[in-house]
Design a protein around this ligand. Structure first.
Ligand SMILES: NC(=O)c1ccc[n+]([C@@H]2O[C@H](COP(=O)([O-])OP(=O)(O)OC[C@H]3O[C@@H](n4cnc5c(N)ncnc54)[C@H](OP(=O)(O)O)[C@@H]3O)[C@@H](O)[C@H]2O)c1
Length: 149
């Protein structure tokens, strides 16, 4: 219920601003929209690739809940695993940054900021679980932002 209120509430609020008759287009017009759209779509493709990589971790043991260390694969989108524990969250953040650039709208920026905080809390939690469970966990990896966080 809480998640439904959060996401649907934000969806309605953001839609109100973006579709308002007085909405002003982004400063750099169509160029800015196109750039941001490419960013959003690239990050969505990245997120999808990470989910494929994660689902393959349990391919051989159907129904199992075992946690394994995910590694980069031949798909370049998964190479972010070299640097972070939760690249799907990194890509999710990239998508929302892209959407913020595209709409150039304060409420969208606020939603992106809240996403960043929430995703960082979860990514750190998962990162520390990996560190606790696996003694050989890759030391270069951060939680969500390469080399930073
Ligand atoms: N916009 C937002 O506010 C927001 C916030 C959170 C998430 N999201 C989106 O929702 C998506 C899913 O979120 P999530 O929190 O469920 O992601 P997640 O914790 O990375 O889990 C994704 C799937 O991969 C499996 N998995 C993860 N790590 C694994 C490992 N080490 N070994 C084996 N399986 C593993 C999980 O299984 P288990 O469940 O069994 O671990 C789950 O089925 C994210 O990629 C993101 O795009 C959006």
């Amino acid at each position: 219920m809480r998640n439904c209120f959060y996401y649907w509430g934000f969806a309605a609020w953001l839609a109100y601003y973006i579709n308002h008759p007085l909405y002003t287009p982004p400063s750099y017009g169509q160029k800015q929209v196109n750039f941001a759209l490419i960013m959003c779509l690239t990050c969505e493709a990245g997120n999808f690739s990470i989910h494929i990589a994660l689902s393959n971790l349990r391919k051989d043991s159907k129904g199992s809940k075992t946690c394994k260390i995910p590694y980069p694969t031949k798909n370049p989108f998964t190479w972010l695993f070299y640097f972070v524990s939760c690249p799907n969250y990194t890509y999710e953040l990239g998508t929302w940054i892209g959407f913020t650039i595209m709409t150039q709208c304060v409420p969208v920026g606020l939603f992106t900021l809240l996403c960043f905080i929430q995703l960082t809390v979860w990514a750190k939690d998962k990162h520390y679980t990996y560190l606790r469970e696996f003694k050989d966990y890759p030391s270069l990896r951060m939680s969500i932002i390469p080399f930073l966080l």
